[in-house]
Design a protein around this ligand. Structure first.
Ligand SMILES: Nc1nc2c(ncn2[C@@H]2O[C@H](COP(=O)(O)OP(=O)(O)O)[C@@H](O)[C@H]2O)c(=O)[nH]1
Ligand SMILES: [Mg+2]
Length: 221
């Protein structure tokens, strides 16, 4: 019974996600779904990324949190339109669903943007189960979380097109086995691109942004 209900929720979501994908496609908007556990550095990475890409790529952000507009305030400092979603009034969902994205997008001028970034609710499990109509999913994993998260939460790493391995500035202070972390990622998703970055220092940002640009270009062709 319970399994049937979950199946139905996911089926309804999948239909709505396809409608979103068609809308975004018609508007020529590339949608990037950014996921991670809480605190891995999604917001910090996005703020620094937006500042770098903004002159060339017109962007907007939808950000999901259970409570507060802290992240929207930080993201808005980069100068792009930001829509904050709080899931607490709707039961405190641990992920963004397609119908939520559909409503949030009504607050954005899709004709004026090329890139819509969705910062999902911090969680390594549920967001991976919900298609929101995105073109591409990435996961941010920080070195402070330990090496083995990819094998503990494999769906997330299987579903994403790339990993941003963040907070590399902290490596000198940690007993982090970088090789083991990379092996775990590739055990779950062979050949997955892994960009080692520090959102604090912006080290490693050039290859990550070049990859993002390539993904956007691929869709517009
Ligand atoms: N040292 C270090 N701290 C970082 C880095 N990226 C994010 N942080 C910090 O980690 C905390 C969580 O970052 P945030 O962007 O809010 O993570 P989110 O919950 O995934 O959006 C904040 O205090 C950030 O300043 C990084 O590359 N290096
Ligand atoms: Mg955040």
């Amino acid at each position: 019974m319970e399994i049937k209900i979950v199946r139905k929720v996911l089926d309804v979501n999948a239909k709505m996600a396809e409608q979103n994908r068609k809308l975004f496609g018609d508007k020529g908007v590339f949608v990037l779904n950014v996921m991670s556990s809480p605190g891995a550095g999604k917001t910090e990475t996005l703020v620094k990324t937006l500042v770098r890409i903004m002159p060339d790529i017109k962007s907007a952000v939808i950000v999901g949190d259970i409570c507060t507009s802290h992240d929207a305030d930080r993201l808005a400092q980069s100068g792009v339109p930001v829509v904050q979603i709080n899931t607490e009034p709707f039961g405190g969902d641990c992920h963004l669903a397609a119908h939520v994205i559909e409503k949030a997008a009504l607050d954005l001028d899709l004709d004026a943007i090329d890139l819509l970034i969705v910062e999902n609710v911090g969680n390594l499990v549920c967001p991976a189960e919900f298609d929101i109509g995105e073109d591409c999913r990435i996961v941010v994993l920080s070195v402070a979380e330990g090496e083995d998260k990819p094998v503990k939460y494999p769906l997330m790493f299987r579903e994403c097109a790339a990993t941003l391995l963040n907070k590399t500035d902290l490596l000198p202070h940690l007993d982090y086995d970088l090789e083991a972390a990379l092996n775990y990622i590739h055990q779950v998703h062979p050949d997955m691109p892994v960009f080692q970055i520090s959102a604090r220092t912006e080290e490693g940002f050039d290859p990550w942004i070049a990859w993002l640009q390539k993904m956007i270009d691929k869709k517009s062709k």
